[in-house]
Design a binder for this molecule. Structure first.
Ligand SMILES: Nc1ncnc2c1ncn2[C@@H]1O[C@H](COP(=O)(O)OP(=O)(O)OP(=O)(O)O)[C@@H](O)[C@H]1O
Ligand SMILES: [Mg+2]
Length: 327
């Protein structure tokens, strides 16, 4: 999904979001128990967590390590709930995460699922996700950063704050960079309001590692580091098939063969962005298919004509003309 932010109405109206709030009972918004569940099944009942995880399995190709970590985290939360019901624990667990991987590897998509799971198990009041980058948090002038960051936190409160390319918040080369101010506010809220807000930092693995080395306070607040691997060519092909099927399109055998070649070439070119590049390539192929059909105004078009991509729709890509240029 490409939309930058997902807001739900009804976020908490906090006067000062950085003020520490006393720890309070979880389970304010989720579907799980106030009933003192004692079994895993009781906690899961009605929470839809199993179906969210199954859907994630079906919807996303590959990503086995990520899916496994998601299940592990869900299990941890369910057990935490049971422990809480028996009075074995009272502190809110730290659930802040980092999602590292190259562009288009599914980080935003998985974060949205994670927000749903956290909500359904009662760890955040609402399942909304607010996606931001440095520019949403950091101001240009002195005094602008704190209000900007707090405004974003207010919107995200009760849900998940997803900070894409989080390392841009830290610019050591610029002594008076306002990013540091945003980081400090985030650190406070991540500690003091962790029962009401989960922060996910996303970006390239190597840059995130450097960021954590320079910001140990941030590193120590991240409970789960999840790595998103690049997709193999066969996975990209499978992703393409799924994306097309969702929109009632398919490739004929010629298009399919051309697309395998396309994937190989595209992967070696600059700005390759995994599944995102596949989505973009398919959009362009659909444009070409439309132009092809448009140029035969008198032809009666069958459902098959309207939903089939042919080899020429793929082969007209610039990737084939000039393999060094980007798609
Ligand atoms: N494993 C997958 N199976 C099917 N579709 C996928 C998969 N991974 C990503 N996609 C699709 O690819 C697109 C890009 O994914 P997403 O935005 O989640 O990636 P990202 O890692 O957040 O990328 P970016 O770093 O560019 O923001 C989305 O349309 C998503 O639905
Ligand atoms: Mg993203």
């Amino acid at each position: 999904m490409n939309a930058p932010a997902y807001h739900l109405p009804g976020v908490k109206n906090t006067a000062d979001v950085v003020a520490p709030t006393p720890a309070r009972a979880l389970n304010t918004g989720g579907a799980s128990d106030d009933t003192g569940a004692r079994t895993v099944a009781e906690v899961l009942a009605g929470s839809q967590v199993t179906s969210i995880l199954d859907e994630l399995d079906r919807e996303l190709v590959g990503l086995l390590p990520v899916k496994t970590r998601m299940r592990d985290i869900a299990a941890l939360l369910v057990i935490d709930r049971l422990r809480r019901n028996l009075g074995l624990t009272s502190n809110a667990p730290s659930l802040h995460m980092s999602f590292t991987g190259n562009p288009g590897t599914g980080k935003t998509t998985v974060a949205m699922r994670m927000a749903q799971i956290l909500h359904n198990l009662g760890y955040v009041r609402s399942g909304h996700l607010v996606a931001v980058t440095r520019d949403d948090l950091v101001g240009q002038y002195i005094g602008h950063t704190a209000p900007k960051t707090k405004e974003v936190l207010k919107k995200a409160m009760g849900g998940v704050l997803f900070i894409d390319e989080a390392y841009y918040l830290y610019r050591p080369e610029n002594e008076r960079d306002y990013g540091q101010e945003a980081i400090e506010i985030l650190l406070q809220v991540m500690e003091n309001q962790r029962d009401d807000l989960v922060v996910i930092l996303a970006g390239y693995k190597d840059r995130m590692d450097t960021f954590f080395q320079s910001n140990p306070g941030m590193n120590s607040r991240i409970a789960h580091h999840i790595e998103f691997p690049d997709y193999a060519p066969a996975e990209l092909s499978h992703i393409a098939e799924k994306m097309l099927a969702e929109q009632h399109y398919s490739m004929d055998s010629g298009a399919n063969a051309a697309f395998q070649k396309y994937i190989q070439l595209r992967m070696q070119q600059p700005h390759f962005a995994n599944a995102r590049s596949i989505r973009n390539a398919l959009e362009r192929a659909r444009l070409r298919q439309a132009s092809r059909l448009f140029s035969q105004p008198d032809k009666v078009l069958s459902a098959a004509d309207l939903s089939t991509l042919c080899a020429e729709d793929i082969l007209a890509s610039r990737v084939f003309q000039n393999p060094q240029a980007s798609a």
